[in-house]
Design a binder for this molecule. Structure first.
Ligand SMILES: [Zn+2]
Length: 107
C-alpha cells in the first residue's frame, strides 16, 4: 500500500475524531442549559453524559493509536508487527489502519 495514502486517511480520521472529542467535550463540560429540576430528566442527562464520556474516551484512545501508526509510518515499520516483526497482512491494515500487530499477535 502507498504510505502517503495511508497517512492521509489516518490524518483525516484523526481530524474527525478530534472534532468529535471537541464537540462531546463542549456537550459535557460547557452545557448551556441548567440542570433540569425534573428528576427523570436529571437521570436521563446523567446517563447521556456517561455515554458521551465513554465515546470521548474511545475517540481519544483511537487518536493515540493513530498517532502511533503515523509514527510507525515515519519509522518505516508500519507494515511490520510490533510484537513478532512479521509483516501485517494488507487486508488487516485496510480493515484496521492503526493496528500495530499481525493477526496472530492480536488474538
Ligand atoms: Zn505478530
Amino acid at each position: 500500500m502507498e504510505s502517503e495514502a495511508i497517512k492521509t486517511s489516518l490524518l483525516e480520521r484523526k481530524a474527525e475524531l478530534e472534532s468529535r472529542v471537541e464537540r462531546t467535550h463542549k456537550h459535557t463540560y460547557h452545557r448551556d442549559e441548567p440542570v433540569s429540576p425534573n428528576f427523570n430528566e436529571q437521570v436521563k442527562q446523567t446517563e447521556n453524559d456517561e455515554l458521551v464520556r465513554a465515546l470521548e474516551a474511545e475517540a481519544k484512545e483511537e487518536i493515540a493509536q493513530i498517532n502511533n501508526a503515523l509514527h510507525r509510518i515515519e519509522e518505516d515499520v508500519y507494515e511490520l508487527c510490533a510484537h513478532c516483526g512479521e509483516e501485517i497482512a494488507a487486508q488487516r491494515l485496510q480493515a484496521i489502519p492503526y493496528t500495530d500487530s499481525c493477526i496472530e499477535c492480536a488474538e
